[in-house]
Write a protein that binds this ligand. Structure first.
Ligand SMILES: NC(=O)c1ccc[n+]([C@@H]2O[C@H](COP(=O)([O-])OP(=O)(O)OC[C@H]3O[C@@H](n4cnc5c(N)ncnc54)[C@H](OP(=O)(O)O)[C@@H]3O)[C@@H](O)[C@H]2O)c1
Length: 317
């Protein structure tokens, strides 16, 4: 099968595209012929050697994809051959075929096709745990989202709006700012300058920060007893934070990793159904994904890494 892989950590040049053996499935796995693969910032961190990865040489990147089940292991009862499934936490996904543990395969409801599923799966389930397990905002509260028109930001902002939260955020280009406003966001500030910060300091119950380098700004934006939900560093590593300074203003930082919120078949089912329900009710719309052939993975990494993308970047085997 064809796959996108690397043998050494480094810049996008380390990525290679070529023939590798098709995976063999175990008795609890399903074999998925992948239709769309989701590219994520974590894939960039892994390629650079900055993130946990499974031992494997050569290393096939990627954890998210959607496609059709071609074979099932002897013990599999939850899925059938021919079903379309999504997976968001299965290694070696940048390939034509992926061996997916049955409990990690998520069935798609009518109305969610493989392209949409691969576009919203990982970022959408991230938005779900950020909003419902960490942020836990109540209707009428004010929340701020850095990089609000990124993949997680687009889903999270609309989820919070649908939940009755007043949402504000930051984005770099006027196109990205307009997109957020079209999703019911109250106000969007320019993300690459900070002259506006002092005008809204201390006003938000929660700041959701996946940009990382903005963590001090996020702490300034929240009110006393407020919280920053820190979930990534797309813009660079956060500065060190002094807990004593936080205590003096009763501010908190919460963090989370999706993998700690997807620990069973049941948990994946409940969370994916809750995510899909926002789409079924027309409460979340996302911009068209940018699709690169898997053979052009290097260009896709560069596109995501430079912050040019609006919404999801997909790879197509
Ligand atoms: N904790 C978890 O479980 C989990 C799961 C999934 C993703 N994440 C994290 O969530 C964050 C967002 O992920 P995503 O998939 O939504 O990514 P994305 O679509 O690329 O969005 C990231 C946004 O960050 C902003 N940004 C600010 N400075 C940047 C810079 N120097 N380079 C690139 N982007 C920059 C960009 O917005 P502007 O251009 O508008 O400023 C961009 O739209 C990432 O840090 C990712 O690692 C965490």
């Amino acid at each position: 099968m064809k796959a996108l892989y690397f043998e050494h950590f480094g810049a996008s040049e380390v990525l290679q595209y070529g023939e590798l053996p098709q995976p063999e499935i175990g008795e609890n796995d399903v074999l998925v012929k992948v239709e769309y693969i989701g590219l994520n910032f974590a894939d960039i961190y892994r390629r650079r050697g900055d993130y946990h990865i499974e031992k494997h040489t050569p290393y096939i990147n990627g954890y998210e994809g959607a496609g059709v089940i071609e074979a099932i292991g002897a013990n599999v009862t939850n899925q059938q051959v021919g079903e379309t499934v999504l997976f968001v936490d299965v290694p070696f996904a940048n390939a034509e075929y992926v061996a997916v543990p049955s409990e990690q395969a998520i069935r798609l409801p009518a109305g969610i096709n493989s392209k949409l599923a691969a576009s919203i799966g990982l970022q959408g389930m991230t938005a779900d745990f950020l909003a419902h397990d960490l942020g836990k905002n109540t209707p009428g509260e004010k929340a701020f989202i850095t990089g609000i028109s990124g993949g997680v930001g687009q889903v999270l902002s609309q989820m919070l709006v649908a939940d009755g939260i007043e949402v504000y955020g930051s984005a770099s280009s006027t196109e990205k700012q307009a997109l957020a406003l079209s999703h019911g966001v109250k106000q969007v500030f320019p993300s690459r300058e900070n002259s506006w910060v002092e005008t809204v300091e201390g006003q938000f119950s929660t700041a959701y920060d996946g940009v990382g380098s903005t963590i001090q700004q996020s702490l300034d934006l929240i009110k006393h007893r407020g919280k920053v939900v820190f979930f990534g560093m797309a813009g660079g590593d956060p500065v060190k934070i002094d807990p004593v300074a936080l205590m003096s203003e009763s501010k908190s930082i919460l963090t989370g990793d999706l993998w700690d919120y997807l620990t069973s078949y049941e948990e994946r089912k409940i969370r994916s159904e809750r995510l899909f329900s926002y789409f079924a009710k027309g409460q979340i719309e996302i911009s068209e994904p940018t699709i690169f052939p898997l053979s052009e993975g290097k260009q896709a990494h560069e596109f995501l890494e430079t912050g040019k993308s609006i919404g999801k970047v997909l790879l197509k085997p």
